[in-house]
Design a protein around this ligand. Structure first.
Ligand SMILES: [Zn+2]
Length: 722
């Protein structure tokens, strides 16, 4: 209320002087001594302009709407709102084109009036299967109307989706993720191994614990993790979908647009084919009218190559994961133990970084200089050295400009999964699993494009989003459209609408967002818009910073000399002196630390991307699994990864039984086989099996000894963990 009062009084002051002010979606201005608030009412506009076209016998006639405006600013606001709510826009009025359009409109009226035989075939009952209930709800909401009904335990949404004159009368239903997964009690961990070197994966329905959320395929009827008997079997989902498929003319498998989504689509194809007239796959990359219509316009068959890759990877995960986990469970004498092709190399890397941290341990002196929030960290081997350095610093620091230059700073490409994980976990101080959950929810509620993506590509539609936003805030002259990456079906993570702030929109749509969602969205929005803007120029200056016998050289941006993308994503600059001076530091602190800091979540994600292990769908899981098993602790403040004592035992055991798992070669080799899957190579195990069989042999001869099972933070870091 106080903020609103403040904004209103500021607004009154501003417009009182004959000024104008844009506040969110409204324009405040003074007119004849009073204050006027102009609100672009897009709903009324749509309703009114809709009268120009007719729905006759199930078909639409064309209509024309010409908009005359006298206030450019108000028009821009209207356009922005229209674009974000209805994804509609205008073209400049051209009298020649208008005459042409009038002709088209009257022709369409004649045609529709002529008969309605064609009409019946244009209304298509469709069953659209997505993964989550939120995604189903968002699709229904985007196209409006319709209802919600329950079929058994499953909620189904109903809506009508018009695509090029075809009206899909759609029932949108969630599959709740995977429906089938590898069995555990058949063959070797659900995989039959044949003498000719081929493997035969055996799948069964997936069960989900309603108490702890654990997913499993055991047939026991109770959760193997927590023992609960409140278990949901996905066979129920399958029978509901079969029932609905019989009523539809087409089944559209719109599960997520990656390999996991492709595998779910394949499973559904197998399960529903005998009950459906036609089954197609659609990839919805953003849950907006444009995104859904584009997906339905380019429907295809399930991509068996992607499916085979996912199956092969799953088989490998299972053989390696179960093998390693079995050894670890025996050795550590706990059920809460596990390892895998991605998570174990990550753990081993955390230990390497930890030993570098230990080797570099000493003292850090943190000096805060009186220039904005500039702070420098200096390293000292011993406490004495650090204390005397601190003393010298307290007596005064000589700051000396050395040289300067103007540097062109380019915007970064929009986020991919790894860069989003890196920055969002660091800036918002959230563990990786939490970041992924927030992104998932922003995607499912229609605010961002699909968040599991390795690509920085921006579609033409994406560029349009940036263009509309920039012109609405008077920055159209700074637009520099960039696709960043050519080809491929994936797209970068970006906002779906030219909305900088989604709080009001979310409220309007009845979507509950937390501060985390709003902040994450804002970061994605700014980074994306900046990626479509001109470079900026900044003045960088080098400084020598001296105290006692110590000298440190830094190069810092001190001013933006030409604004570009920094208008949207400000560059952090430091107000440094242009001439030499001696200043008293604002504060000097001595604390224990290391030359090599502990690795953070961001570092781990970067490592996985650079080495080529893990994928957008597994980066976060690889870290979370290590945490869940008690091998690492994630510090709240810096998101540092700190190994526990158990981590050392785990890596020691894995090193003894399957050393190749800890090297990138194994994964690299797997990736090569996956590429060859295309050429029709069967599920060849000759290359896959070495690790799994190796573990088996070692396990037999190991005479597995137990550890004392200590879980605690590794020695000597407690004092530095915030
Ligand atoms: Zn459970």
């Amino acid at each position: 209320t106080r903020l609103r009062g403040f904004v209103l009084s500021e607004a009154r002051v501003a417009v009182g002087r004959g000024g104008r002010l844009v506040l969110g979606n409204v324009l405040v201005r003074s007119s004849g001594g009073s204050t006027v608030v102009d609100i672009p009412d897009v709903y009324t506009y749509i309703q009114a302009s809709g009268r120009t076209s007719r729905l006759l016998g199930g078909r639409m006639t064309l209509g024309i709407s010409v908009l005359l405006y006298e206030d450019r600013e108000l028009y821009e606001l209207f356009l922005k709102r229209l674009k974000s709510v209805f994804e509609a826009s205008f073209e400049e009025l051209d009298l020649g084109r208008l005459a042409e359009a009038l002709e088209e409109a009257s022709r369409s009226r004649e045609e529709v009036g002529r008969g309605s035989e064609e009409v019946v075939s244009r209304i298509v009952p469709a069953l659209i299967v997505v993964e989550s209930p939120t995604k189903a709800r968002t699709i229904a909401r985007v196209f409006g109307g319709g209802g919600r009904r329950y079929v058994g335990d499953t909620v189904a949404y109903e809506t009508v989706i018009p695509v090029d004159g075809v009206f899909y009368v759609a029932t949108v239903v969630p599959s709740l993720g995977h429906v089938f997964d590898l069995a555990v009690d058949t063959g070797k961990h659900g995989v039959r191994l044949h003498r000719d070197g081929t493997v035969e994966p055996v799948y069964t329905t997936l069960k989900r614990c309603r108490e702890c959320g654990h997913q499993f395929t055991d047939e026991a009827g109770s959760c193997p993790r927590c023992g609960s008997t409140r278990v949901y079997d996905s066979s129920k989902t399958v029978s509901v979908l079969r029932k609905l498929a019989r009523e539809a003319s087409i089944v559209v498998l719109a599960t997520d647009a990656d390999e996991e989504g492709e595998k779910i689509a394949y499973d559904l194809l197998v399960a529903l084919k005998p009950f459906a007239k036609e089954v197609k796959r659609a990839e919805i990359r953003e849950i907006t009218r444009t995104g859904v219509i584009a997906a339905l316009r380019s429907m295809r068959n399930v991509d068996l190559r992607l499916v085979r890759q996912q199956v092969l990877r799953r088989v490998d995960d299972r053989l390696v994961g179960f093998g390693i986990s079995g050894v670890l469970k025996e050795y550590l004498r706990t059920r809460n133990a596990g390892g895998g092709r991605v998570q174990t190399p990550v753990l081993s890397w955390v230990l390497e970084r930890y030993s570098e941290y230990v080797a570099g341990r000493g003292y850090l002196v943190r000096v805060e200089l009186p220039y904005g929030d500039l702070a420098i960290r200096l390293y000292a081997r011993s406490r004495e050295e650090a204390e005397s350095l601190a003393k010298a610093l307290q007596e005064g620091v000589a700051v000396n400009p050395l040289s300067e230059e103007v540097v062109t700073v380019n915007p970064k490409p929009p986020y991919t999964t790894d860069s989003a994980l890196e920055e969002l976990s660091r800036e918002l101080k959230l563990p990786p699993g939490e970041v992924m959950r927030v992104l998932q929810e922003l995607y499912e509620t229609g605010f961002i494009t699909y968040h599991r993506t390795p690509s920085t590509r921006v579609s033409s539609y994406g560029i349009e989003v940036a263009r509309i936003y920039l012109s609405s805030v008077g920055l159209a002259h700074l637009l520099v459209p960039r696709h960043w990456e050519e080809g491929g079906a994936h797209e970068a993570i970006r906002p779906t609408r030219p909305l900088e702030d989604i709080e009001a929109e979310a409220l309007h749509l009845g979507v509950l967002l937390t501060r985390k969602h709003v902040s994450a969205y804002r970061m994605i929005f700014r980074r994306f818009v900046a990626s479509q803007m001109a470079p900026s120029k900044a003045l960088f200056r080098s400084y020598s910073i001296k105290a006692g016998g110590f000298e440190h050289v830094v190069k810092l941006p001190v001013a933006v000399v030409e604004e570009g993308f920094t208008k949207v994503l400000p560059l952090r600059t430091y107000s440094m002196p242009a001439k030499a001076e001696v200043v008293a530091p604002r504060s000097v602190k001595v604390y224990r630390g290391s030359l090599r800091p502990l690795p953070t979540v961001s570092d781990a994600v970067r490592m996985m991307r650079e080495v080529g292990i893990g994928r957008p769908s597994t980066y976060a899981k690889a870290i979370e699994n290590n945490r869940r098993h008690g091998y690492i602790v994630i510090s709240k403040y810096r998101q540092s990864l700190i190994p526990t004592r158990r981590a050392f035992e785990v890596v020691k055991v894995v090193k003894a039984v399957a050393p190749e798992l800890l090297t990138p070669h194994y994964t690299a080799r797997l990736m090569r086989i996956l590429e060859e899957v295309d050429a029709g190579v069967p599920y060849e195990v000759a290359v896959l099996l070495p690790v799994a069989s190796y573990i088996e042999i070692e396990l037999a001869g190991l005479g597995v000894k137990s550890s004392n099972g200590n879980v605690g933070v590794a020695e000597g870091v407690e004092d530095e963990v915030h």
